[in-house]
Each structure stands twice: as structure tokens, then as C-alpha cells.
Design a protein around this ligand. Structure first.
Ligand SMILES: C[S@@+](CC[C@H](N)C(=O)[O-])C[C@H]1O[C@@H](n2cnc3c(N)ncnc32)[C@H](O)[C@@H]1O
Length: 347
């Protein structure tokens, strides 16, 4: 249990661009350490969280002892957001032998070293039926943790203007698991609430002094023609006249990518943003009204990043960082319940 006098300590594994760290800080945690190997994401992390000890390295090569100076005693919260691609239903090339499958269990030495009161795991639905997940859950139980059932949670219920269903798992030792998983829902925020006030962006590289993330991709004349056929507030590739459809789409009507070329709806949440979230050929990523894909600024807002958050790297790297992130507002809502649990004794 934590005394009310100090902020609970957290360690963020697979920290990416720092979205989890941001949400946890907003919930009142003191995030003291983080690990990620992606140089671009780490640059973004350092720009926004210079106070946190970030180790830019393959986690398989990181000794937990490296964090001894910032975690003097026990840790309160360990967050494990291992890459989700091996389990994602959007990954058609997934294979059981994918080397990333075992990254979840790289958290074990950190648990042994720092005995966190809570271990929090976030991933895509799909992980819960994997051997990796079962093995990790059994290990936690053998180590004396009470482990929640895997819970499916939609970010849209936690104040994020986006449909993003995730699987979360909470393990608690010495503090209340029931309180930890009692996550307060909040009202729905729409695409209009979130990006409706943004001006029409320039096309291509933004001029000096302009928001560096708010610029539209240059679309081909053919794709602009296609977008002109997509009705405001919806539609999709099926809205296109035959001569504008892609040959592969004409052949297979029943693709899981039928959302491509579709527009977001003003009055709804956005679809799940992926690493290709500013590309109209990769999902429902067109603006509700204008003939263009959403901008990086719009994507960042739909992921609940505040405008002052600094993203480093080129456009492709930034869209990967945004698409990979756990929405900070989602993590804040979860963090509030995890923090409350740390003050309540449990079995
Ligand atoms: C789902 S993303 C995490 C997102 C992050 N929690 C956030 O909120 O932005 C997974 C992250 O794992 C990192 N990663 C993948 N393999 C890794 C490894 N072997 N060691 C350390 N980090 C790794 C990737 O660079 C990526 O940033």
C-alpha cells in the first residue's frame, strides 16, 4: 500500500512515444523509468518526458538493475504494452512463431526485481487466447498475484473520440484488485467535438510558423476524383463508380478493408487509428467533408494527445507513433482506478 504523502511510482515497458507515461502522469503517478528500442519514438519520448529515465534498447538486453537508482524500494505499478502486431486481427501475416510473441514475458525479471503492487498489461483482443498470455497469467498467479479476467475495453467509453477495443489485464498483490478494475466510464466525444475547430490545412509541407502536424497529404488526381464521389460523413469504396474502383476491389467485394476511401463521421467517434491513419487506402481515414485524408494533427487529437505534445521524426514515423499509442485519455482513466487501488489493502 502507498502512503498518501507520496506519488506512486510507475515503470513503463514498451513506452513508445510516451502516451502511457502521459496518461499515468495525468492520473497522478510518478513515472520514473521507461524502455523502448525505437529511435524515433524514443526521441519523442525524451522531448516530452525529460524527467523520466528512458533506456533506448531491446528490452531483452536490459537488466532491471539499470533502474535501481530511480526505484529505491518496491515499485507500485509496472505497465507492459508489448507490441500487438503478432496478435492483431488486422495483421494477416501473423504467425505463432513470431519472435515478438514472447516479449510479454520479458516483464518477468522486472516483476521479480521490483515486486510491483500492480502489473498492468494492455494489448489487442486476441492475446487472451494465446499461449504467451496463458503462461504469463499462470506465472503471475504462482507468484502470489490476484489476476483479473482479461477485460475488453473500448477507448470510446473512456473519453477518447475513437472506437479502439483493447484487452487489458490487471494483476495485484497486497492491494485491492477489485478497486483497480473498477474503471469509471465517461461520456462520448465525437469527431466534430475533437477536430471540428481546425482550419483547412495546407497541402504538403506546412509553411514556417504553421502547426507542423496540420498539413494534408498530396493525393493523386485520381484519388481526389475518388474522394469527390464519397458522400460526406461516411461512404467507402463501394460508393465509387465502377470505372474508379481499383481492379482488386472489383474482384473481391468482401474484403476486410471495405472501409478504405471512407470518411469519418462528424457525429460519431473515429474508427480505430492504425499506423497508416493518414492514408485513405488503409482504412476509413478520410476527413468527414474535405477531399483529403486526416492530418497528423487530427490523428493526434483523435488519439487524445494534447496539441502541446511534441512529435519527432518524419511524417511516416509520427503516424506510426500516433497509431501505436495507447490513447493518453484512456490510460488516464485506467490510471485513476489503479492509483485508487494502491491506497486500499487487498488479499
Ligand atoms: C504498442 S507499442 C507501445 C505504445 C506505447 N505504450 C504508447 O503508449 O505509445 C509497442 C512498442 O514496443 C516497442 N518494442 C518492440 N520490440 C521491442 C523490444 N524488443 N524492446 C523494447 N521495445 C520494443 C516498439 O518500438 C513500440 O514502441
Amino acid at each position: 500500500m502507498v502512503s498518501k504523502a507520496r506519488k506512486p511510482l510507475a515503470l513503463d515497458l514498451f513506452s513508445g512515444s510516451g502516451a502511457v507515461t502521459l496518461g499515468l502522469k495525468q492520473a497522478g503517478f510518478n513515472v520514473v523509468g521507461a524502455v523502448d528500442l525505437n529511435p524515433g519514438a524514443c526521441e519523442t519520448y525524451r522531448a516530452n518526458h525529460p524527467d523520466v529515465m528512458l533506456i533506448e534498447e531491446d528490452i531483452r538486453k536490459v537488466s532491471p538493475d539499470a533502474f535501481s537508482s530511480v526505484i529505491p524500494g518496491n515499485l507500485d505499478l509496472l505497465v507492459v504494452c508489448a507490441p500487438c502486431q503478432p496478435f492483431s486481427s488486422q495483421n494477416r501475416r501473423r504467425s505463432p512463431s513470431d519472435a515478438r510473441n514472447d516479449l510479454v514475458s520479458t516483464a518477468i525479471p522486472f516483476i521479480e526485481r521490483f515486486s510491483p503492487s500492480i502489473v498492468f498489461l494492455e494489448n489487442v483482443p486476441g492475446l487472451e487466447s494465446s499461449d504467451v498470455f496463458g503462461g504469463f497469467k499462470n506465472w503471475l498467479e504462482d507468484d502470489g498475484y490476484r489476476v483479473s479476467k482479461p477485460m475488453r475495453i473500448d477507448a470510446a467509453e473512456l473519453g477518447v473520440p475513437q472506437r479502439r477495443t483493447r484487452m487489458i489485464l490487471v494483476a495485484a498483490k497486497g492491494v485491492s484488485l477489485d478497486r483497480a478494475i473498477d474503471i469509471a466510464k465517461s461520456g462520448k466525444k465525437t469527431v466534430k467535438d475533437t477536430i471540428g475547430d481546425l482550419p483547412t490545412p495546407p497541402i504538403g509541407r506546412p509553411p514556417e510558423g504553421h502547426d507542423p502536424l496540420h498539413f494534408a497529404r498530396k493525393h493523386s488526381a485520381l484519388n481526389i476524383l475518388r474522394l469527390q464521389h464519397i458522400p460526406e460523413d461516411g461512404g467507402g469504396r463501394e460508393s465509387l463508380p465502377l470505372h474508379l474502383q481499383l481492379a482488386c476491389h472489383r474482384r473481391s467485394k468482401k474484403s476486410s478493408f471495405s472501409d478504405t476511401y471512407g470518411r469519418m463521421r462528424w457525429s460519431d467517434v473515429s474508427p480505430t487509428l492504425t499506423t497508416g491513419c493518414t492514408d485513405i487506402t488503409r482504412g476509413r481515414f478520410a476527413h468527414p467533408k474535405e477531399h483529403r485524408a486526416i492530418t497528423l494533427r487530427e490523428a493526434a487529437r483523435l488519439q487524445s494527445f494534447p496539441d502541446h505534445y511534441m512529435f519527432k521524426g518524419n511524417a511516416a514515423q509520427v503516424s506510426t507513433q500516433i497509431g501505436n499509442a495507447v490513447p493518453p485519455a484512456m490510460m488516464k482513466a485506467i490510471g485513476v482506478s489503479l492509483k485508487a487501488a494502491l491506497f486500499i489493502q487487498g488479499d
